[in-house]
Design a protein around this ligand. Sequence first.
Ligand SMILES: *Cc1c(COP(=O)(O)O)cnc(C)c1O
Length: 462
Amino acid sequence: MARHANHGANQALGSPWGDETAVVDALLDWARNRVVRSSDPKTTARPASELRNAAGKTVTPSGIGAREAMRVVEEVLLPATRAMDDPMNLAYIAAAPSRTSMAFDCVVSAANVFGGMWETGAGAIHAENEALAWLVELLGWPGTAGGTFVSGGTTGNLSALATARETARRRLGGRPEGGWRLACTSEAHSSIKSAVRLLDADVVEVPTVRGRLTGPALREVLRAERDAGRTVFAVVATAGTTNGGVIDELDGVADACREFGAWMHVDGAYGGAGLAAPSVRDRYRGIERADSFIVDPHKWLFSTYDCCALIYREPHHARAAHAQHAGYLDEIDREQWNPADLAVQLTRRARGLPFWFGLATHGTDRYTEAVETTLATARRVADHIRAADHLRLLQEPDLSVLLFERPGWTEEQYSAWSRRNSAEGVILCVPTKFEGRSVLRLAFVNPLTRADKVIPILDTLA
Ligand SMILES: *Cc1c(COP(=O)(O)O)cnc(C)c1O
């Protein structure tokens, strides 16, 4: 350790930044305190004009100094960000990073590994691959499957679907008559539609059956497409839809994909975590036959932002789609596991490491328990809603998302109730749409969320 400290001090002599030792100490102390402190649920966004006034001009020719910059961070900037890891943040899909993963994220930043290529990041990539191997095992895929970590589900879905399209292009010898077509339901995440646009493809929408993509409905659409002389290159199934937490009928989808030669991608950004939970594992039957899969450890696998695990059954397809080639990259050993070859990215931080460190530290059994705890909390709250005279549960939850309504309330009443509770830091529960009307939604991803804290708040809807 002493050797490293001396090295740092010597470096400071010629550094354009001067002696940074005091700043480094102060920031690392601050990070330490932040990691162990609980979040403040009242933190919230403010208009840009207010922030400009409160923060003052921060980027100036001579700098405002670390002390003043940190004051601005602590007093102005961070209070204007939402506490995503608060146990009562049950809106959208929140986050629940373990302290271990938060602290290790600081270590990852300090190590500043270039994680794009094996030659620069081998050790880090090896550890990331260990974490991916656990997911591969949960999927029931062969040990030759693999992938990398990207920033989030959006990039993961795009990378997987670009691979699917390139694989089809090679098989067909070019762009098919009628263009690139991808099948999914209206419940697929917005990032799928974004990927489709970027890939110059079109969506073929499959009608849902009780919010689900099913084998028979998919088969009918694929047959009609084939009869019309068109090619559907990929099907996107969702394991845990964002709005309702619904798992598509993966077994039937896998059958249909096999019959029609379509790539099967499973978007498990939120719900993929349930693979670790024996109480719901059955619902994923069929996932063992998919071609690609994503899950965001920053959602329900207790890691920090931003982190998406992207996995291919046959990674060589991804290399064909994503590997970048240029004179300055010719020296790269393509036989090695280069994450840059597998997704839309070249430079990357080793963003899977906080996830890996949490797994390595606590063991996978603790992850199973933490996911099961969240599911049990969601079930307890669901039981309460089902039994309450003033509330109606709108669908039986597959996972940990609850959709419910307070019959008689209007959109405005839901919004006012939601905003008041948010402002007071009581709970973050925002309305969504279900079958065209406004309803309420709770999404559980945090094992620290307690049903006995949530239930009394729901009684204020009476
Ligand atoms: C959150 C989510 C995404 C997008 O993931 P990001 O990490 O926000 O890019 C994609 N699909 C599903 C099902 C999601 O829940």
